[in-house]
Design a protein around this ligand. Structure first.
Ligand code: NAD
Length: 494
């Protein structure tokens, strides 16, 4: 279904321009209420939007589409390249896939951008002045979804961090900071522990930071970084971080800003972008007409900026701030000492529309300006490194006794090229010279190394001998050097 939203040119609305096609999903729970409200506000501000409606979420899941989205909807998204999405309800149990993860990964939406602002004193917060943008990597890390049960006792989830993925997101964060007049970009990783995966992300951050000398840059270990963010958020400006950390710290940031119900977010890809509120479908208040549409309106502002409708974005942003300042508050943010009206969704929406063209009095006003398209420069081509195999980690399920007895049995499987050098259990060295106190599961990593480069044939020969000796091997990881540098970590205690 397609419907062009034509704005009445009132309230100092933005001038007419060609309508931009967008795909809209009204979602579940409070979704339809807040989407209607948000679209009304955007339209009244002069946004030129040619809306294609699609259905996603609960009803689609219930029809047996486990992804929650039909093929025809994908076609609409590909056609318009812009997705304005209300929250949906993911049915519990039954193997339903998260629609958000599916959409993000299928459409290559690599950057999740979440501005978190406090609206003190109009919305309760412990941190007046907080204004942080989290740029979360959206496609990689533990979210690759590659998990295996390997033994009776042990399950594994693969953490994948790539150089092109890290370069893309880090550059996006610096470009975002430059374009939006930000001063500093902070990187959060845990590279003191994950020296190779998080170490790569940090290294790429340092490389790209050097290209933006006008911006301050810093790196923090995620644990202390998250603690500081919760305690002193005004110390941060733009934060860039891998997927899982970003998921967690963006919720911490929204919570301490007091704006979980008010924040919008953008998921940006090279071809398609998705805009939504950060909250869910709030089934507990659905249909009561009391939902706060601010999160989706803020997402709408981000969408208008993205599609180049800056005048309308500015009008909506400032009208929303002025409405909050005037004490027109939905029940979720109502405070008797600061609120003038406990507003329904409709009253709040009307109040925002009535304030289009007004500036906030206290909160900083927005003024979005057209800018050249954000650079999404492809990763610099690098010559592939010289890769040599120098060993193999063989993972076994084994419950036959002590680490020393395992080493004894495995030493007999060593070949001319590959000899046993190390056994770890859950990453801790247990042979040679292990500690009897170390707790061992049924999952053993047995490292075989060579003095000189070997081939796959040498590994197959070793595996043949391990199999012949009656071992249950689960998987192998080749030990390689890249331009002479080891591409593998040492065992804990090695
Ligand atoms: P929720 O964000 O929907 O609700 C948490 C609390 O906040 C509830 O008390 C709710 O009433 C309140 N709330 C949320 N948004 C509000 C708003 N705009 N105005 C006023 N109050 C608001 O989180 P939940 O209850 O954990 O999840 C409900 C459903 O939403 C689940 O099915 C979940 O899977 C889904 N969900 C969807 C998305 C999405 O589509 N992006 C995101 C998160 C959760």
């Amino acid at each position: 279904m397609s419907a062009t939203l034509t704005p009445p040119l009132s309230h100092g609305a933005a001038p007419r321009r060609r309508a931009t096609a967008i795909t809209v999903a009204h979602g579940d729970g409070i979704g339809p209420e807040i989407m209607d409200a948000a679209l009304r506000v955007l339209r009244e501000a002069g946004a030129q939007l040619d809306v294609e409606n699609i259905e996603i979420g609960e009803a689609v899941y219930r029809r047996g589409v486990s992804s929650g989205i039909e093929t025809s909807s994908w076609n609409s998204l590909r056609r318009t390249g812009i997705f304005f999405k209300a929250p949906i309800t993911t049915p519990q149990g039954g193997g339903f896939k998260s629609l958000n993860v599916t959409v993000r990964k299928t459409l290559g939406l690599y950057a999740n951008v979440r501005p978190t602002v406090s609206y003190h004193p109009y919305v309760r917060t412990r941190h007046p002045g907080m204004d942080v943008v989290i740029v979360r990597e959206n496609e990689e890390d533990l979210y690759a979804g590659i998990e295996h049960r390997q033994t009776d006792q042990v399950y594994q989830c693969l953490k994948l961090i790539t150089r092109p993925g890290s370069e893309k997101i880090v550059r996006y964060a610096f470009e975002y900071a430059r374009r939006n007049g930000r001063k500093k970009v902070t990187c959060f990783t845990k590279d003191n522990i994950m020296k190779m995966t998080d170490g790569l992300f940090h290294k790429v951050f340092d490389e790209i930071a050097a290209e933006y000398p006008e911006l301050e840059n810093e790196h923090r270990i995620i644990d202390i970084g998250a603690a500081l963010l919760a305690d002193r958020p005004t110390a941060f400006d733009v934060i860039v971080t891998p997927n899982l950390y970003g998921d967690i710290v963006s919720d911490i940031a929204a919570q301490v800003a007091g704006s979980v119900g008010l924040a919008g977010s953008a998921n940006i890809g090279d071809h398609i972008a998705m805009f939504e509120a950060i909250h869910g479908s709030a089934p507990d208040i659905a249909g009561q007409g009391i939902a706060n549409p601010s999160g989706l309106i803020n997402a709408g502002v981000m969408m208008l900026v993205h599609i180049g409708q800056h005048e309308a974005a500015t009008l909506v942003h400032n009208a929303l701030l002025r409405t909050l300042e005037d004490g027109i508050h939905t029940p979720d943010v109502y405070q008797p000492e600061h609120s003038a009206l406990r507003a329904s969704t409709e009253e709040f929406t009307n109040a925002v529309i009535n304030r289009l063209g007004h500036q906030p009095r206290q909160l900083p006003a927005a003024h979005y300006r057209p800018q050249p398209a954000q650079a999404t420069r492809a990763a610099a081509g690098r010559p592939p490194a010289v890769k040599e195999i120098v060993g193999v980690d063989v993972f076994l399920q084994w419950t036959g006794g002590s680490p020393d007895s395992l080493a004894e049995l495995l030493r007999m499987t060593s070949t001319e090229a590959l000899t046993l050098s190390l056994i770890t259990n859950r990453g801790v060295k247990v042979w040679p010279l292990g500690f009897p106190e170390t707790f061992c599961t049924d999952h053993w990593r047995c490292r075989f190394q060579s003095d000189s480069p070997i081939t796959h044939a040498h590994i197959l020969e070793l595996l043949g001998r391990i199999q012949a000796a009656g071992f249950d091997f689960i998987k192998t990881e080749n030990l390689c050097t890249f331009d002479g540098q080891p591409g593998f970590s040492l065992g804990q205690g090695q």
